[in-house]
Ligand binder design. Sequence first.
Ligand code: SAH
Ligand code: SF4
Ligand code: F3S
Length: 472
Amino acid sequence: MIEKQPEAEYEKQLACIEEARLLAEAEARQKGRPLFAHIETFGCQMNARDSEKLRGILAKAGYRDTENEDEADLVIYNTCTVRDNANQHVFGRLGHLNGVKRKNKDMLIGLCGCMMQEAHIVEKIKKSYPFVDLIFGTHNLYAFPELLLRALRERKKVIDVRDRMEYEPEHLPVVRKYPFKSGVNIMYGCNNFCTYCIVPYVRGREFSRKPEDILDEVRRLAADGVVEIMLLGQNVNSYGKTLDEPMSFAKLLLAAAEVPGIERVRFMTSHPKDLSDELIEAMAENEKICPHLHLPAQSGSSGLLKRMNRHYDRERYLELVRKLRAKIPDISLTTDIIVGFPGESEEDFKETLSLVSEVGFDSAFTFIYSKRSGTPAADYPDQVPDEVAHARLSKLLEVVKKGAEERCGRFTGRTEKVLVEEVNREPGLVSGRTPHNIVVHLPGDASMIGKIIPVKLSVCHGFYYSGEKDGE
Ligand code: SAH
Ligand code: SF4
Ligand code: F3S
C-alpha cells in the first residue's frame, strides 16, 4: 500500500525543479532564446492526466510548451502499450527523432508511461535507440523532477523504472489542457486480469486514493475555475474496496458532485461486473452526474467473455442495460469491443453484432485483438487470422455506425446545457458537449469557452449537432 506523498519527498522534488530551472536558465542564456519542451501522450485518460503533471513540472522548470518536436530542447513520449500498434507508433516516432537529434545534439529525449514498465521494451530501447536520454515508468512519475535534474546535470543516460508505486504523484504542479475541466485519479492499477490485457502488469495492483484526498483535490480544482471533473480509474466501480474504511464509488461520486463550483461529474471506466444499483440510483437522482456511461462489453458472446475473464455474461450485460434505461431513459451508453480474440468463432462474432444492435450504443471504440506477451491469451492456441479479424472489424464498424446514427437523433429540438470547450475550425463557431457527451457546434466566440449555456439542438448530423444559444 502506498502512502500519500510525505512532505519531505514533496519538498525534495520541488527543490529539484528549482535546480533544473537554474540549469535550463543557463542553457537558455547561452542559446539566446527560451527552451522548449514537447510532450506527446499516447493511450488513455490516465496517461493524459499524467502528462499534465509532466507539463506542470516542465513549466516550473522554465520550459515553454511547443507542438513542434523538431524545435524542442526536450521531448517526452508518455507511452501506452495496451495494443501493439501503440508500441509501433512510438518506435516509428523515435526513428524520426534520431534524425532530429543528429542535427541538435543537445536535445534531451525522455520516455515514460506504460511501455517502460515492460523490461523487454527497455532492453530494446537501450540496444536499438541509444540516443534516448531518460527512461522512467508509471510508478515513479512523482520523481520526474529528480530524474530530469539528473539528466540535465549529468548528461548521461538515466534509467529508473520501479515495480511498485512508493508515492502518489498527486501533489506535483500541473498544467491542465483545459482550464475549466480536469481528470482526477481516484485509483491506480487494476486487479482484474482480463486475459487479453497488459494493464495489470504495467500499472500494478489496484489501489484507491483516500476520499478526503480526492475531495481536497476536487475543491482545489473548483477554486481554480474547474466546472467539470472526470473521476478516473481502470475500474471505478470497485473504488474504495481496499481502503481502511471502505467506501462505495457511488458515495464518492455524490460527494464530488456536492463540491461548490463543480457543475458536472463524469467518470471512466466502469466494469460491468461491479456496476451497482446504488450507482445507477445516484446517476438517476443527481443532476450533476452526467447521464453517460462508458460500459465496455468487449464481446457479446458469453463463452468468449468467460475466456476473457470478464466475470459477466451476455445476459448480465443486457440486464444492466435494461436497469439503466429503466431509471435513466435517455442515458448515453458507449462501449469498447474487441474482435478476433483467440477462439472467436463466426457464431461468437454474430453474438457481438447482435449485442450491439440490441443495446443501441451512442458510440463504441472497436479494436482488433492484439497479442500482449505475458498475458494468458497470448498463449491460447486458436489465434484468429488477421484477415478474418479485419473483416470482422469492418462489419462491426458498420453496425456500430448505423446504431449510433439512429440514437443520436433523439435530442433533436431539445434544449440542453452545453459546456463550451473550444472555438471551432470554422470561423464564428464554437464547440461544446452536452451532459450526454454529445458534441454541439454553435455560433459564438472565445469568450464563451468554459461556460455552460442552454443550447437548442436544431440539426443532428449523425454523431453531432448544430444548434444555437437558446433564448436568442
Ligand atoms: N479498464 C478498462 C479498459 C482499459 S483498456 C475496462 O476494463 O473497461 C481500454 C480498452 O482497450 C479495453 O476496454 C479493451 O477493449 C481494449 N484492449 C485492452 N487490451 C487489448 C488487447 N490486447 N487487444 C485489443 N484491445 C485491447
Ligand atoms: Fe484491462 Fe480488464 Fe483491467 Fe480493464 S479491467 S484494465 S480491460 S485487465
Ligand atoms: Fe495504455 Fe497504460 Fe492507459 S497501457 S490504455 S496508457 S493504462
